[in-house]
Design a protein. Structure first.
Length: 134
């Protein structure tokens, strides 16, 4: 298990790399066996396994942005699981309209590396996944 500050720093690094479109840097804290799950109803729903697949998945999603950010708002930790409340605000290519919302991602760490990365449309669902009372 990582300390809370180490896990939060790793996740701040991850989102900063996504926001600056640095797809090499996003993998810094990924375990080789990382599993990414994006739920039904999300733009690129599915399960992605291993650093290369997860990196390609994030690259594809981030590649739709003409500009914008996905900013962490709060972090919650229970054991090896961390929930990140996020605010996304982006303009996609070929659009003048800005879109966004608030949602949550969940991360599980093992031996200091991210082994699981999930997204949740409802923040309360992410807290339940992590065993945190909302």
């Amino acid at each position: 298990m990582r300390s809370m500050s180490a896990a939060i720093e790793a996740l701040k690094h991850f989102y900063a790399a996504v926001n600056r479109n640095d797809m090499q840097a996003i993998t810094k804290d990924f375990d080789p066996e990382i599993v990414r799950i994006e739920p039904e109803g999300f733009p690129t729903a599915g399960t992605y396994r291993g650093i290369a697949e997860v990196q390609e998945h994030v690259t594809k999603g981030r590649g739709t942005w003409a500009e914008g950010t996905c900013e962490p708002e709060e972090f919650f930790m229970n054991g090896d699981r961390v929930v990140v409340y996020l605010h996304a605000w982006v303009r996609v290519h070929d659009s003048t309209k800005w879109v966004g919302g608030r949602f949550a991602d969940g991360f599980e760490f093992r031996n200091g590396k991210i082994v699981q990365y999930l997204s949740f449309g409802e923040r309360a669902e992410a807290l339940r996944w992590a065993g945190i009372q909302g």
